[in-house]
Write a protein that binds this ligand. Structure first.
Ligand SMILES: C[S@@+](CC[C@H](N)C(=O)[O-])C[C@H]1O[C@@H](n2cnc3c(N)ncnc32)[C@H](O)[C@@H]1O
Length: 139
């Protein structure tokens, strides 16, 4: 599993795998908890009062900086069967969001699944239909 962000500090934080309770328990934008107690137990050990990602999970994940708008993104990170673009596009202006969406679609292998959270729904619908996606769903 590989994780990317444009922000070096964000990548360093992800690599550390260590979160204070306010960081780990931060609610989502609507105020709802972002993880269940079951997920927290399966994902973190508590060390010195911090949430630390379990070592067997950390072994399987690498993090690196990448820019969703970089035309060289595909050459940099390759393609995958499953791609998540979570809460990224909503930070971009509509034109940039479309360009980033197109760039992210280039990372998909044939029949791959793309999970997108945090994007303007009409943009998602138009861009997905344009690409002739076999199925798309919201939820
Ligand atoms: C709201 S945070 C979401 C973080 C995480 N994906 C999540 O869902 O919890 C948005 C992230 O998008 C990153 N970002 C903004 N523009 C980007 C770009 N062009 N390429 C890659 N990441 C970008 C920001 O640095 C920030 O960490």
């Amino acid at each position: 599993m590989r994780g990317y962000d444009i922000d070096d500090a964000c990548i360093e934080k992800a690599r550390s795998g260590r979160y204070t309770p306010p960081e780990a328990l931060q609610p989502d934008l609507s105020g709802k908890p972002t993880m269940t107690a079951e997920f927290a137990d399966a994902t973190f050990d508590i060390e010195d009062g911090c949430y630390v990602v379990k070592s067997d999970l950390r072994r399987r994940v690498v993090f690196a900086p990448a820019d969703a708008l970089d035309p060289g993104l595909k050459d940099q990170i390759g393609t995958s069967d499953i791609v998540y673009a979570q809460n990224l596009l909503l930070h971009l202006r509509p034109r940039a969001a479309k360009a980033a969406f197109r760039n992210i679609c280039r990372l998909l292998n044939p029949k791959a699944a793309l999970f997108v959270a945090g994007v303007d729904l009409p943009l998602l619908q138009a861009q997905t239909r344009k690409r002739g996606s076999s199925r798309w769903t919201t939820g």
